[in-house]
Design a protein around this ligand. Structure first.
Ligand code: ATP
Length: 308
């Protein structure tokens, strides 16, 4: 797949705070790449450097091999929301398309079609201040894609949206990728990221911790956990092989298993004396991997970047 964006050894400091250190990743045509990390990890700083809102102290950012930012080929939904308040929806969409040198007739056609798809049909002559927050966010999203960008950067696109609108955004983002757009998406909604992203880049304290294919990352970091509901004593469960840690909520116990455990073999070795009303075995989710990294748990320690 063709590489649209390459971030190579990006570093950026604010006074003595290193917000990004030696950050490298790429985004390819037709993929959705997640940029993840706890609050303050350095995601927005990385995105702002890509967008040319600030400049790297070190490292380079290139677009299809060129360091100049091809502004008319990039779409950007910033974390900070806001459009000109007393301007009509259609006027603002056409104005932003024009800034990207996009033909007016085509922009109008696309604006009407997207307004319809986002349940905003008939609102083209309403002013932005008449819209609800979620409706305004939809217009801002449309403004980021009106000019058919080749690279789309979405900073927290789902925040503040109801579940139906989230689904709409999700489907639209997916279909843009299917049509070849390279997408860099920052989000704290791990379930959505897990469902829709092809690759991910996770950072913490300004540094890269995890980078790779979603399936590979899950295989590498998502150990099994076994949930047992029954009248058991925690000391019996602690004695089971390959149990790294246990969480207890009354009679429900979640056993986090060590890496490389073979689930079927492990289950076969459970003692007959165990009381089981319900039992399930699953891989931990991206949400749990994220929490481990953010709280500097076992995955984060193993990756070894936290002491740097
Ligand atoms: N303009 C600035 N001046 C000083 N420090 C800044 C500035 N922008 C960001 N920082 C600091 O850089 C670090 C990274 O911030 P950044 O906004 O990139 O994080 P983030 O991953 O986007 O977080 P969030 O999920 O909360 O949006 C933080 O410690 C923040 O305080």
């Amino acid at each position: 797949m063709e590489t649209m964006l390459t971030v190579d050894k990006l570093s950026k400091s604010f006074k003595d705070k290193k917000a990004a250190r030696d950050v490298s990743f790429e985004v390819r045509k037709g993929e959705i790449m997640a940029i993840l990390g706890p609050n303050g990890a350095g995601k927005s700083t990385t995105i702002r450097n890509i967008m040319g809102i600030m400049y790297p102290d070190e490292g380079t950012i290139s677009f299809s091999g060129h360091e100049e930012i091809p502004r008319h080929k990039i779409g950007y939904l910033p974390e900070e929301r806001g459009l000109y308040k007393n301007v009509k929806v259609m006027d603002i969409l056409l104005y932003l398309a024009e800034l990207k040198d996009y033909p007016l007739g085509k922009a109008k056609e696309r604006a009407l079609s997207y307004l319809k798809r986002f349940d905003l049909e008939g609102l083209e002559n309403s002013s932005v201040e008449e819209l609800s927050k979620g409706m305004g966010q939809k217009v801002q999203f449309i403004s980021s894609i009106i000019h058919e960008p080749e690279l789309l950067i979405l900073d927290e696109p789902f925040s503040g949206l109801d579940p139906v609108s989230q689904e709409l955004f999700k489907n639209e983002i997916r279909s843009l990728a299917e049509n070849g757009t390279a997408i860099l998406l920052s989000s704290h909604q791990m379930n959505l990221v897990e469902e829709m992203c092809d690759r991910l880049f996770m950072m913490h304290n300004g540094e890269r911790i995890i980078y790779g294919d979603m399936d590979d990352v899950k295989e590498k970091y998502a150990n099994f956990k076994c949930t047992i509901h029954g009248k058991n004593d925690i000391s019996d469960l602690e004695g089971l092989p390959d149990v790294e840690r246990i969480e207890q909520d009354e009679d429900t116990f979640v056993l986090y298993l060590s890496k490389d455990v073979q689930a079927v073999k492990w289950l076969k070795n459970l003692p007959d004396s165990l009381s089981v009303q319900e039992l399930s075995i699953d891989r931990i989710s991206l949400h749990e991997i994220f929490i481990d990294i953010a709280t500097e748990g076992t995955i984060a320690q193993k990756e070894g970047v936290l002491d740097a």
